[in-house]
Design a protein around this ligand. Structure first.
Ligand code: CA
Length: 533
């Protein structure tokens, strides 16, 4: 036995003893016999709730993800506190806002800080992390991990683990699932498991596999009502953002083929440019599209690929659920399907996320928790990504450390809403100008209203969500809302102080480092058994 293995055994033994003590009911003479639940956390990247059947999608079908809603609970107001990939991941792991976990933008996560994975591992859980990590540093708190470097790629991806790089043939969504299943197969059967299955899909550049390349290629995907939003009445940020379907999707996004004679940098330039006309051929007739006809075509092309990526995720959620069924694990495993944030699917004319508008901040959040979550139920209370870590700790029977800012969703999963549950929440986005020229902002949300402050220019927006769920009418300057503005401004100040946001990252942000390539990529690791495709 190697030294590392000895250390691991000792750690497991200590953790097992601690877990047994924690599992013992107060005053009981012997430990509880009820096994602690396993936790399977499946998370996609940029999967908007409105591209899930159970959330009322008009654009696609997701039968396997829907099964989790039918057999569990659907959260209708689960939000990311900073709606972008790397910060949301840091908030999920730590249960803290960006200014507390040190990840406001795309900087490196300090892996020495406490995380839910470390707490669960110390309590005897066998822990795993597979797929997109995108936190710049190596995962900590996991017994097994294998992650994509940076964003990773869709086809024939490279992964790396603590041992080095592994080259895969195949499609990334299938491989992330294979790795998760291999982890489950090889786990010690006498310990509960916690595994994070993190898909890269459906992140830009939206590359579906061959099976689903044309699943949504028929051209009939319904357009959102706000595709042609003119941003009238809003702060200048909406007009300045460079993420419109019409004017910012480039030829690479739209899967246009470069002329064969273009090579190297010329080819890259061509792919990175935005086409202002596109010639299509149907039934032998060539048509050049411009203006609104081109917008319609771009929307269909964007959504064909985005939804094709989602279809593979749905297939693979089905594979994981079937695995749990086959192996008698369904009853004692909490299964969650989530995304790190939402996404604009042409809503307000956009792709991407970042803004504190509903399509961007809303995470799909479905929880199948047998014996706890009533099947087919819906929860409308405000949940946040910082609530995920404390939820897992409570599920494992562990105390929730006082520095965790989120709150366990366990009562909400039971269909309850505690009397003192939050009625408002604090949001803050930092990455300005970032990739899409998005202005920094913070804001406060309630179930009925949302107040946004673009603080650099002191521009404000207020939306009456009950009357204007699409957030098209900024009523900040409407005298009828003067009292609401005053109350929400006060609430924003209160929340900002409560969460301890001292503006530390407002003017100086840490350097980007989430895409840093690890040294380990130079070293070839043996492929894990059962996972090679
Ligand atoms: Ca994301």
């Amino acid at each position: 036995m190697r030294y590392g293995d000895v250390q691991r055994c000792l750690r497991v033994c200590r953790a097992g003893l601690l877990a047994a003590l924690l599992a013992a009911p107060a005053g009981a003479g012997e430990p509880s016999v009820r096994p602690r639940p396993n936790i399977l956390y499946i998370m996609a990247d940029d999967h908007a709730a409105h591209a899930i059947g159970a959330y009322g999608s008009r654009v696609n079908k997701t039968p396997h993800i829907d099964r989790l809603a039918a057999e569990g609970i659907r959260f209708d107001r689960c939000y990311a506190v900073n709606s972008i990939c790397t910060p949301s991941r840091a908030s999920i792991l730590t249960g803290k806002y960006s200014h507390k976990n040190g990840v406001p933008v795309f900087n490196r996560f300090d892996g020495s800080q406490p995380t839910v994975a470390k707490y669960l591992q110390a309590a005897g859980y066998f822990t795993g992390m597979f797929g997109k990590w995108h936190l710049g540093s190596d995962p900590t708190g996991f017994d097994r991990w294998m992650i994509l470097p940076g964003q990773g790629v869709y086809h024939n991806p490279v992964f790396y683990s603590a041992e080095g790089r592994v080259d895969f043939q195949g499609y990334v969504t299938d491989i992330v699932t294979d790795l998760t299943i291999a982890f489950l197969d090889e786990r010690p059967k006498d310990r509960p498991f916690f595994v994070m299955c993190h898909h890269k899909a459906p992140h830009r550049h939206w590359q579906p596999d061959a099976k689903h390349a044309e699943t949504y290629g028929g051209g009939g995907i319904p357009e959102p009502a706000t595709l042609r939003d003119d941003y009238a009445g809003r702060a200048s940020a909406a007009r300045e953002a460079t993420m419109t379907v019409a004017r910012h999707l480039n030829r690479r996004d739209l899967k246009l083929e470069p002329p064969a004679e273009l090579k190297g940098a010329d080819r890259e330039r061509w792919l990175s440019a935005v086409p202002m006309e596109v010639t299509v051929e149907a039934n032998g007739v060539r048509t050049t599209l411009t203006g609104d006809a081109l917008l319609k075509w771009k929307y269909q092309r964007y959504m064909r690929d985005y939804l094709g990526c989602v279809a593979s995720i749905d297939d693979n959620v089905g594979r994981l659920l079937a695995y749990l069924d086959r192996n008698g694990l369904a009853e004692n495993t909490i299964v969650i399907y989530a995304s790190d944030q939402g996404f604009f699917l042409g809503d307000h004319g956009w792709y991407d996320k970042r803004f504190m508008y509903e399509e961007s901040i809303k995470m799909p959040f479905l929880v199948r928790w047998p014996g706890t979550a009533p099947p087919g139920s819906v929860q409308g209370a405000i949940a946040l990504n910082i609530d995920i870590a404390p939820t897992f700790l409570e599920a494992a029977g562990l105390p929730i450390p006082p520095d965790i800012q989120g709150r366990s969703l366990a009562p909400l999963c039971r269909g309850e809403r505690p009397a003192d549950w939050r009625a408002s929440w604090y949001y803050r986005y930092y990455h300005d100008p970032g990739h899409h020229n998005t202005r920094a902002h913070y804001g406060v949300g309630t179930e009925t209203h949302k107040l946004l402050c673009f603080w650099k220019t002191d521009e404000w927006e207020l939306y009456d969500l009950a009357k204007d769920p699409a957030e098209l009418r900024n009523v900040f300057g409407d005298p009828a809302y003067a009292d609401t503005v005053a109350a929400l401004k006060a609430e924003l100040r209160r929340l900002k102080a409560e969460v301890g946001d001292d503006d530390r990252y407002a003017h100086e942000q840490p350097p980007d480092g989430a895409d840093a390539m690890p040294e380990l990529l130079k070293k070839k690791a043996p492929a894990p058994p059962g996972a090679v495709r």
